[in-house]
Design a binder for this molecule. Structure first.
Ligand SMILES: [Zn+2]
Length: 252
């Protein structure tokens, strides 16, 4: 279980905090309900709780949330990201793969999130603005970060340049015919979607542990994810060993 710490630079500018997310437990995984900012904030809020009682995920700037999500992704599945695409030219399927860490350094190169005249909105501000609808939300977001609504486009271009988040178009040349297509990659929804995609696996792990050990749902959901996985694997190992033993026995 690798947990990396992430340095966050919240206002006042220049104040750095080193934050480590605690490991996911089944109940955190089951609580994920969507792939939007609200769902990402709810998940980070749970994982920040113990270590940083004063730090709220909703008060983090989008760039800081992104950095924590990248650390969480690595904790769960490692640094390597693979996404399968279909080539629009030759219709064959191929993999787009890249290192999350390299993508982060590429995005951060030469940029200074603190150097932007515009403040990066927090998740609370983004969620509140989104509740106003597509058009009024822009004005609400502009008001929240203290700029005139007419300047929001300039401000968001400035933020994109100085404080980019991992939500971008990646050039993905086809491995068969070389045709280039652009694939949208958004770390926040990619991570949450992957957790949602594991829901069935999680339920089957819960079922196996409940059957093997007679533990309650509550007890199983409290286990750290790596411990739960290791116990399920150990159980599978012993099933294979007993099947193997039975086979050997049958042959005698
Ligand atoms: Zn192709």
């Amino acid at each position: 279980m690798r947990s990396e710490s992430t340095v966050l630079y919240s206002a006042p500018a220049g104040t750095a905090r080193r934050v480590t997310l605690r490991e996911l437990r089944g109940r955190d995984e089951l609580a994920v309900e969507g792939v939007d900012t609200r769902a990402a904030v709810a998940l980070l809020e749970r994982l920040l709780d113990a270590a940083e009682p004063a730090l709220r995920a909703g008060s983090l700037a989008a760039t800081e949330r992104d950095a924590l999500l990248a650390a969480l992704y690595r904790q769960l599945w490692g640094d390597h990201i693979v996404s399968t695409l279909t080539c629009p030219a030759c219709q064959l399927r191929y993999d787009l793969s890249f290192s999350l860490r390299e993508l982060q350094s590429h995005l951060a190169a030469g940029r200074d999130p603190q150097g932007s005249a515009t403040r990066v909105p927090t998740a609370d501000e983004e969620i509140a603005a989104a509740a106003h609808g597509a058009r009024d939300g822009v004005a609400a977001l502009a008001a929240a970060i203290g700029i005139p609504a007419a300047l929001i486009e300039t401000a968001s271009a400035e933020l994109e340049a100085n404080a980019p988040i991992i939500d971008l178009e990646l050039a993905a040349p086809c491995s068969e015919c070389g045709a280039v297509q652009y694939a949208h990659f958004d770390l926040q929804s990619f991570l949450l979607q992957r957790l949602l995609g594991e829901r069935q696996l999680l339920l089957s792990e819960i079922h196996r542990l409940a059957s093997s050990y007679g533990w309650s749902l509550r007890e199983i959901l409290t286990l750290p994810r790596s411990t739960r996985r290791a116990l399920v694997e150990a159980g599978e190992g012993s099933v294979r060993a007993s099947e193997w033993g039975a086979t050997q026995w049958g042959r005698q």
